[in-house]
Design a protein around this ligand. Sequence first.
Ligand code: XUL
Length: 528
Amino acid sequence: MAEAAESCFLGFDFSTQQLKVVAIDGNLEVIHQSSVQFDSELPEFRTHGGVHIHEDKLTVTSPVLMWVKALDVLLERMRDSGFDFSRVKAVSGSGQQHGSVFWRSGARQTLKRLNPQQRLHHLLQGCFALQDSPVWMDSSTADECVSLEASVGGAQSLADITGSRAYERFTGNQIAKIYRLKPKEFSETERISLISSFAASLFLGDFAPIDFSDGSGMNLMDIFQKRWSSVCLQATAPHLSERLGELTPSTAVLGCVSPYYSERYGFPQNCRVVAFTGDNPGSLAGMRLREGDLAVSLGTSDTVFLWIQEPKPSVEGHIFCNPVDCSAYMALICFKNGSLTRERVRDECAGGSWERFSSALRDTHMGNSGNIGMYYDVLEITPAAAGVHRFNAEGHQVSAFQPQVEIRALVEGQFMAKRVHAEKLGYKIIQGSRVLATGGASANREILQVLSDVFNAPVYTIDVANSACLGCAYRAAHGVVADSGVSFRETVRNAPEPQLAVRPTPGAQEVYLPMLERFAKLEEQLLR
Ligand code: XUL
């Protein structure tokens, strides 16, 4: 243990608004955290929320040199605070998904010869064919999406190959747009990285490959074969495979840090760089999801992450390769009507009081006497529906419910939708399945009880403030032993456990199985 306490692993997260790092020791204890906020600490780049929203309101980019400078600032700050880099055995990290970096010809040579006397953002100034990188908030590629789906035989066919139908923020569609609108910059591009593999390249001093998990967010990769899909590449831009480079397993060691980091900061020369990945895959690692688990983040919008063994891609939700186990997958499903809808119903049916909202859940029965509601205050993503729809026990649409019934219908409806859509993507509740809840509403025990009953699984709560960085620090620790057959689960077995919040009420399964079937049928009916 003493030796474990001496070693250290770093996890970085290049997210939309900040760059963060978490350091853990070999016992998986967090020993250091710091961050650089882009807007306030690098004001020279004039971002708001880390991005520039262009005049068309659809194009959203971030200056690539801002991310490079943030790394200079972060590492210098750690060094100045006395952080001992000589203990670092491995680094890994994550980046906001889908964003892309266009390296100019010659960049690789520059990366290989970094002068440790200088800051990275000076050294790499001339290295980018595009100064402004498209990020995940961009929604300017509707035409490219239509054309990509058409060229592979439709939305479902594209999902069958890449795990998702065409999405505007997905990197392939962004690349197609750059090729069309900026042919000169495209032709000067030697390599296209995701933000994750770009960040890994900075540490490696060479172009880092894109990992399977983040590569799944591009609409370009065959997630089952784990290689670029030639039909998708051809539909996107010419000579793309050279520009994208090889793909790599997410658990791979890519090499050692560039001598730049040893000479400038004192990293050991054999400090490993473990493949970087997307922030959502990074969070899956940070939450230590395992087979059969599902994580629900209850926030402004609700997000569900799940571990899937046999995925069934659909035109809703996303399937990504699993970042900690190459034989598995993960899915990500977004529900737009989350806490704002819960708050509206609280205001209308419980006088604005969470206490009364909770009492209504306590005072009503599982299954809500057969009443079912779907509440899409804003156009929902999963499924693409709008409006409020209430059905009584006979399946007839009704215009109102009693306040207490309305509250239970909302909460049951939100959680039934999560289970129905997760199961559509291949999720199966197995022996030992857990539901991990995070976000604002995860503090409400009565809401969690409904969640537990609908899934017939225990619900645990977990602090995910730094889940992507922490997950990548764990991934760094795993990377150094993965080759000898040690699983991620084994590596993180001593990390702090999530807290058990509630167990399912006896009889929940009998109530909800038929109700879930009814819910799925009513939803289909609504969409028709
Ligand atoms: C996921 C997505 C976002 C980004 C932002 O598909 O677009 O969650 O990863 O961090």
